[in-house]
Design a protein around this ligand. Structure first.
Ligand SMILES: NC(=O)C1=CN([C@@H]2O[C@H](COP(=O)(O)OP(=O)(O)OC[C@H]3O[C@@H](n4cnc5c(N)ncnc54)[C@H](O)[C@@H]3O)[C@@H](O)[C@H]2O)C=CC1
Ligand SMILES: O=C([O-])CC(=O)C(=O)O
Length: 269
C-alpha cells in the first residue's frame, strides 16, 4: 500500500519513522509540507532518506499515487487538502479530527468518499476506549464527559493565553467548560480528542468538555467518563508528551501508524 503524508511535525516525523520500519507492508509515496526548507532541515539522520519525498506541491505529491493519505498537519491543512485528496481517489486518515466540527465540511468529505468508493477514517489518536464508546453508543448512552488536563506550557498560543500568565499558575485552572464542538474549534491544537470522543458518542453538541491547565502534571492527561445502558466507563490516560511538540501526546503517531498497518491487514485487532 502506498501511503502519503500531509505534515512533517511531531506526528509526521514519528509516523514516517514507523512506516519506514515496515517496508514489506507500506511504501511512503511522499510527504506534503507547507515549508519545504523547514522540512528538509528536519529530515536528518534516519529520516534523511525522506528528503527526495518532501514536496510543497500538492499536484506533484499526488502524482506519486498514494492509496491512503494520512493528514497530520492541522485543521487548516484539512481545509486546504482533504477534498483534493478524496477527489484523487485516495482513502484518508484524519488526525486533526476537530476539523470535523464544521458540519458542512464533515458532510462534504463523507459524500466525496462515498462518491469515490473510498473511506475517511478518524484516528483514535491520543485517547483510548473508542471501541467501547461506539459499542455503548449503540446500546444507549446517557451522558459523556471528556476532561483534558495538560501542563500550562501546552496551552501556549491557545485562546486561554491572552490575559493569563501561564507560567505563573500555581493551581489547576479550568480554561474551558462547554460543548465538544466549541472546545475542538477553539483549541485546534489541543482538543481534537474532544471531537473524537463526541463523534464516537453523543455528538459534538451533547458531549461535555472541560479543559485544564495544571502546573502539577507533566503528562497530558485525558479522562473520559460515560454512562449508559452498557454500563459506566471511567478511563484516564497519562500520556507522555512528544518532545518535538509537548501539546501532542507521543502515542498519537503510533495510533496513526497502527491504523495504517491495519488498513489492509488480514487479521486486525
Ligand atoms: N487526534 C489526536 O489525538 C491529535 C491530533 N492532533 C492534530 O495533529 C496536528 C499535528 O500535530 P503535530 O504533528 O504535533 O504538530 P506540529 O506543529 O509538530 O506539526 C505540524 C506540521 O504540519 C505542517 N503543516 C501545517 N499546515 C500545513 C499544510 N497546509 N500543508 C502541509 N503541511 C502543513 C507544519 O509545517 C508542521 O510541519 C495538530 O495540529 C492537531 O490538529 C494533535 C495531537 C493529537
Ligand atoms: O495529543 C494530545 O494529548 C491531545 C491533543 O493535542 C489534541 O487532541 O489535539
Amino acid at each position: 500500500m502506498r501511503v502519503g503524508l500531509i505534515g512533517f511535525g511531531a506526528i509526521g516525523q514519528r509516523l514516517a519513522r514507523g512506516l519506514l520500519a515496515h517496508p514489506q507492508r507500506v511504501t511512503l509515496s511522499g510527504v506534503l509540507v507547507q515549508d519545504l526548507s523547514e522540512a528538509q532541515a528536519a529530515a536528518q539522520d534516519d529520516l534523511a532518506q525522506l528528503r527526495p519525498l518532501l514536496s510543497d506541491s500538492r499536484d506533484a505529491w499526488l502524482e506519486a499515487a498514494p492509496d491512503l493519505v494520512v493528514e497530520c498537519a492541522g485543521h487548516t491543512a484539512v481545509d486546504a487538502h482533504a477534498v483534493a485528496v478524496l477527489g484523487a481517489g485516495c482513502d484518508l486518515l484524519l488526525v486533526s479530527v476537530g476539523a470535523l466540527t464544521d458540519d458542512a465540511r464533515y458532510e462534504r468529505l463523507r459524500a466525496l468518499a462515498e462518491a469515490h468508493g473510498r473511506q475517511v477514517r478518524l484516528v483514535a489518536g491520543a485517547v483510548g476506549g473508542i471501541d467501547w464508546l461506539t459499542a455503548a453508543r449503540d446500546a444507549g448512552l446517557r451522558e459523556v464527559v471528556y476532561r483534558g488536563r495538560k501542563p500550562p506550557q501546552a496551552w501556549r498560543g491557545s485562546p486561554a493565553e491572552p490575559g493569563r500568565d501561564l507560567d505563573a499558575l500555581v493551581a489547576p485552572t479550568r480554561l474551558f467548560e462547554g460543548s465538544a464542538r466549541q472546545a475542538a474549534r477553539d483549541f485546534p491544537r489541543n482538543a481534537n480528542v474532544a471531537a473524537t470522543v463526541a463523534l464516537a458518542t453523543l455528538g459534538l453538541d451533547q458531549t461535555r468538555v472541560e479543559l485544564w491547565a495544571d502546573p502539577g502534571v507533566s503528562d497530558n492527561q485525558h479522562e473520559i467518563e460515560a454512562w449508559g445502558e452498557a454500563g459506566h466507563l471511567l478511563l484516564r490516560l497519562d500520556n507522555r508528551p512528544d518532545p518535538l511538540n509537548p501539546r501532542t501526546s507521543l502515542v498519537t503517531a503510533h495510533s496513526a501508524l497502527r491504523a495504517v498497518l491495519n488498513w489492509r491487514a488480514p487479521l486486525v485487532l
